[in-house]
Design a protein around this ligand. Structure first.
Ligand SMILES: C=CC1=C(C)c2cc3[nH]c(cc4nc(cc5[nH]c(cc1n2)c(C)c5CCC(=O)O)C(CCC(=O)O)=C4C)c(C)c3C=C
Ligand code: FE2
Length: 512
């Protein structure tokens, strides 16, 4: 028996009737367990690509060793598996060389203070951030201009305090380089591209490079561990639009890794960072582990079906389980930070929780930013400055913060494994693979993935106010809504009459 990938002799001598899982090194068993039985020429591949789900794929192997279903994917899967498992043993892999690319998607951030307002404009012009009723969609851009101008001074203050710009581009590019090296070390040479949603290098720039390099297989990897409509979802929607309009891209095989917080490498690297930061406290056992996730408006979860909250809670459980296995029994809390505007965001809020923990007599707090893998304004300013100050005022004596993962080795190596494991699925999901639907958000093509959630694209309350005043939360909410209506009415009037303050400021004509 022989399969025409990998080293034929290796395949024939070891796979016959044998439980492949028994031959895998233990570290490897977590990611792939392959059971190949050639009796009756059925090949069964069991993939545990995450701690969460076990996937089983049955395939027919013909008498001459070729696989009758999904042959290319499986051949490549076996190839990667063989190459990985028997590193140094396999000398030649005679499968067709593909031009593999990895596209890292991220938010992007202003690099200078002048960039802040146009960056905010791009963010608020995103219909996945401000979703207007169909009839008012024509107002998206003028509204984005208006809100970005209102918010820019406050945001600029924040960016000024962290050195005049966001470190996101630099860190993401370092991560891309590290991932390329890790893939090379795993015998899977690939080009790695960075595509930002709201600032340079924009997704469109990355796509231009991908086309120029004639990439034939693309793995799309949003750099958000957990999936949200407002982050990965928005980036993927943009990507889908770009793909749909381009003949080359429509035909290029691709797959998406929608969320990966459940991967062993991520969970373990987070646990290691927490463990080492705990050791900096005088009494590590008494420290409250305080997970602070970026919030989203509640309506995203409750009305549009955003899996973000579920994934976040699951993520925290996995990290805590890993810490317990390491003999770290500390208490922990999860709260949501960075809310903007008068609508309700996911609760509990980070600031309220810090005050509450202070009231309950907690004296040692270790903040763990959990929704993002690089340092950014919300770790460097909001957590390190604002929340630290609030914690000390609330009676917490010792404060610590876990650094973002950045280019941490185990993490990057695991991302490389995620890419390698995704490759067999490239181009495969258009056939509505049942196996892929087992996970919360399935691995799949952009189009199919977007169809699995938020199908109706319901209108959502705008998460940001266009104006804020008032003393109480409820007054703020109603003021916000009233102001929103007033501004919309003004905008409507301006658009219909061609006269008004925005025209005088030179804003509206830009969008005509
Ligand atoms: C998982 C992470 C993030 C989610 C979810 C998210 C949702 C979300 N954000 C805004 C509004 C703003 N976000 C801003 C910056 C920003 N957001 C994230 C991550 C998530 N956002 C990051 C990493 C950054 C920082 C980038 C950097 O430059 O370092 C900003 C700009 C900064 C500011 O003015 O506060 C805004 C505004 C909304 C409305 C939203 C969900 C609907
Ligand atoms: Fe944000």
């Amino acid at each position: 028996m022989q399969i025409d990938v990998g080293r034929a002799s290796y395949v024939s001598s070891t796979y016959q009737g044998e439980n492949y899982a028994q031959r895998c090194p233990s570290s490897y068993r977590y990611t792939h367990v392959c059971k190949l039985s050639f009796k009756g020429f059925v090949c069964q591949k069991t993939t545990r690509s995450s701690l969460q789900s076990t996937k089983v794929l049955r395939l027919r192997v013909t008498r001459n060793g070729t696989i009758s279903r999904g042959s290319t994917k499986v051949q490549e899967f076996l190839c990667c598996t063989l190459a990985k498992e028997s590193e140094g043993v396999v000398e030649s892999l005679n499968y067709k060389k593909e031009n593999v690319g990895v596209l890292l998607l991220n938010l992007g951030g202003p690099e200078t203070l002048e960039d802040v307002q146009p960056f905010l404009y791009n963010l608020f012009a995103d219909p996945d951030i401000i979703r207007l009723p169909r009839l008012l969609r024509f107002l998206q851009q003028p509204l984005a201009k208006f809100i970005s101008m209102m918010r820019a001074p406050k945001s600029m203050e924040g960016y000024a305090s962290i050195g005049g710009g966001s470190p996101l581009r630099r860190i993401t590019e370092e991560q891309a380089n590290a991932l390329r090296t890790a893939l090379e070390e795993k015998n899977m040479p690939a080009k790695v591209y960075v595509g930002m949603r709201y600032w340079h290098p924009f997704t469109e720039e990355a796509i231009r490079k991908i086309k120029k390099d004639r990439i034939s297989k693309l793995v799309v990897l949003p750099l958000y561990p957990q999936f949200s409509i407002s982050t990965s979802g928005s980036s993927l929607r943009l990507l889908e639009e770009i793909f749909r309009e381009d003949e080359y891209l429509v035909n290029m095989h691709h797959t998406v890794i929608p969320s990966w917080y459940q991967r062993e490498g991520y969970v373990k690297s987070m646990a290691t960072l927490i463990q080492s930061e705990l050791e900096t406290f005088q009494k590590p056992r008494e420290v409250m582990i305080f997970f602070s996730a970026h919030g989203v408006p509640r309506a995203y979860v409750e009305e549009a079906g955003d899996p973000y909250k579920d994934e976040m809670e699951h993520c925290v459980r996995l990290i805590m389980t890993e810490l317990r296995l390491r003999g770290i029994p500390n208490d922990h809390t999860l709260a949501y930070q960075s809310r903007v505007g008068p609508v309700e965001w996911l609760k509990p809020y980070t600031d309220d929780t810090i005050r509450e923990l202070g009231r309950r007599g907690v004296k040692n707090l270790l903040a763990v930013p959990i929704s993002f893998v690089s340092e950014h304004i919300e770790t460097l300013e909001e957590i390190d400055v604002e929340y630290r100050e609030l914690a000390l005022e609330s009676g917490i004596r010792n404060w610590g913060r876990v650094p973002a993962l950045g280019c941490e080795e185990t993490f990057i190596r695991d991302l490389a494994d995620a890419v390698i494991e995704a490759l067999p699925y490239v181009g495969a999901m258009a056939v509505s693979n049942l196996e892929a639907r087992q996970s919360l958000i399935p691995l799949g093509s952009v189009g199919e993935l977007l169809a699995t959630y938020d199908t109706q694209r319901r209108e959502l309350p705008p998460p940001v106010p266009v104006w804020e005043w008032g003393w109480t939360k409820s007054a703020e909410t109603w003021n916000g809504r009233a102001a929103m209506l007033a501004v919309l009415a003004l905008l409507l009037l301006e658009v219909s009459t061609g006269q008004g303050i925005l025209h005088q400021m030179g804003i509206l004509p830009l969008f005509h």
